[in-house]
Design a protein around this ligand. Structure first.
Ligand code: A3P
Length: 294
């Protein structure tokens, strides 16, 4: 970014409301909380991204099952995802983060006007942007949006584990759960407030169910085959045989992905976070138990 743009951004950031979160500061832009390094790329993506009618956009707040969807959507969309030959599965060599690029963390992170002309259609993207912040073209074009959410208590516990692992790798002490809980309750966490994030997509999905597929982590855990079938129909890629659905569900399962070499030892080059932190226990209802920190 040019130095004048950097100065303008710093001046803007300095005027935004600020709150501490896991050893760093979050800034509130247009009602939602951001780390400063995600803010400029979110602003760029929000104003500059041009969606195409056949794009698929995965959206979520954080720790709601996004990684599962990052695996499932490319597997549904890519014809090799349904073939019998497991050796062709891209998930063997790529963490799900690499299969569906993030607008704010990857695509717009270094250049506010990236050249996307070489991307093969249908293009797949993901974003943590809340509905009101989405680029206008995503809302108005024919592209499809898949939103995944989760019980807020489970989301909170998952966030604590993830963020404390991330900051521990940087030598920062864990943030006490009581403080993190208070912050989450006030809506202060990256991409939050959680409830505003969920409600924005929920309300829009009621108005336009053909545009937004609203999914819940709990439904996916209860009936993965049924949910994956529904999702494939929504994406215009229905399954012909039951074995195909079973294949997709198995390839994208937590048990399988967690144990792949790539996911045990790789590091996300955009965030510097170990890939293993994206896969933990995946339990429904953990936020209601007393043994939260296991
Ligand atoms: P837990 O921390 O409760 O185990 P996100 O991907 O949005 O960051 O969400 C992370 C949560 O999804 C973590 O939950 C993680 O274990 C779980 N998860 C990751 N991959 C999964 C998969 N393939 N199937 C089910 N859950 C998965």
């Amino acid at each position: 970014m040019e130095s004048s743009s950097v100065d303008k951004l710093s001046a803007l950031i300095n005027e935004l409301p600020k709150q501490p979160w896991y050893g760093a500061d979050l800034y509130n832009w247009k009602g939602f909380w951001y780390r400063p390094h995600h803010l400029s790329s979110t602003m760029a993506a929000s104003s500059n991204f041009q969606a195409k009618d056949d794009d698929v956009i995965l959206t979520s707040s954080m720790k709601t099952g996004t990684t599962w969807m990052k695996a499932i959507i490319p597997t549904i969309m890519n014809p090799v995802g349904r073939t019998d030959d497991d050796s062709l599965d891209p998930l063997l060599k790529h963490h799900p983060n690499e299969l569906i690029p993030s607008l704010e963390i990857q695509v717009y992170s270094v250049n506010p006007h990236p050249d996307l002309s070489n991307m093969v259609s249908p293009r797949l993207f993901r974003t943590h942007m809340a509905y009101p912040l989405l680029p206008e073209s995503i809302k108005t074009s024919g592209c499809k949006i898949v939103y995944i959410t989760r019980d807020p208590k489970d989301t909170f516990v998952s966030t604590c584990h993830f963020m404390n692992s991330v900051i521990a790798a940087r030598g920062v002490e864990p943030w006490p759960m009581s403080e993190a809980f208070e912050s989450f309750g006030k809506g202060v966490h990256t991409f939050g407030p959680f409830h505003d994030h969920v409600l924005g997509y929920w309300k829009e999905s009621l108005k336009r169910p053909e545009k937004i597929c609203f999914m819940r982590y709990e439904d996916m855990k209860k009936d993965p085959k049924g949910e994956v079938k529904k999702l494939a129909c929504f994406l215009g890629r229905p399954f012909e045989k039951d074995q195909e659905v079973e294949k997709v569900v198995w390839r994208c399962s937590l048990e399988r992905l967690k144990n792949l070499k790539m996911n045990q030892h790789g590091v996300d080059p955009w965030l510097g976070i170990d890939y293993k932190h994206y896969f933990r226990r995946g339990i429904v209802g953990i936020g209601r138990t007393t043994s939260l920190m296991r």
